[in-house]
Design a protein around this ligand. Structure first.
Ligand code: 3PG
Length: 205
């Protein structure tokens, strides 16, 4: 099980949608070499669970988390393959009940102060702010920082090379996530050298 400090050693978390299972291991290896320490594999394709299992086996030094946890099906599958952390796009009573059984860090999704407080009442001090840019981005995070001083956020959604620094500079942001560092053409072609070089350029920016 990862602790949150190790998880965010690199505070940029690629959010991955694995469309071809054979891409899972080289993708994780390439992103690990590029300097990332945590990857979020979304449950948006049927390959998610198998991809997480394969990546964890091939890259034991990386934290491989499961994203887009929206109900019991994804939760059970993510736990069964030993995901290092769980992320949801939003929350509700069903997810909160499931998350109580989780043996790994969980970052529940919130988009408003009320949702952040509801998650905080459940014990979650680090939450995913999603979709970040559509919900006010850095201005919203700044506005939430005084009244919700004990909560930190991992914003995702609409973050890219040009605005990532604005997010990372905020004291209530522990990490940021997104897909901007993935060169989709290189991924589709399985061109790992190009994918790695592109990702490195994005995080060194
Ligand atoms: C997520 O689930 O966190 C988002 O889909 C990532 O958002 P992005 O593709 O806008 O970076």
């Amino acid at each position: 099980m990862s602790d949150t400090h190790d998880l965010f050693a690199c505070p940029i978390v690629p959010v991955l949608t694995v469309n071809a299972l054979e891409h899972a291991v080289p993708l994780a290896e390439t992103l690990g070499k590029a300097g990332f320490t945590a990857l979020e594999v979304t449950f948006r394709t049927t390959h998610a669970a198998a991809a997480i299992a394969a990546m964890r086996k091939a890259c034991p030094d990386l934290n491989i988390g499961a994203g887009t946890i929206t109900g019991a099906a994804q939760f059970d599958a993510a736990c069964a393959v030993g995901s290092d952390f769980l992320v949801s796009p939003g929350t509700g009573p069903t997810l909160f009940n499931l998350f109580k059984q989780a043996k790994m860090p969980v970052f529940p999704g919130i988009a408003t102060p009320s949702e952040a407080l509801a998650a905080y009442e459940q014990g979650y001090k680090i939450q995913k702010f999603f979709p970040a840019s559509a919900n006010g981005g850095t201005a919203m995070l700044k506005a939430m920082s005084a009244p919700l001083a004990d909560i930190s956020f991992m914003p995702t959604g609409g973050i890219h090379r040009e605005n990532m620094r604005d997010y990372l500079d905020l004291p209530n942001v522990v990490a940021i996530g997104g897909s901007w560092m993935i060169d989709s053409k290189a991924l589709a072609a399985g061109d790992w050298d190009a994918l790695g070089a592109y990702a490195e350029r994005q995080i060194q920016a």
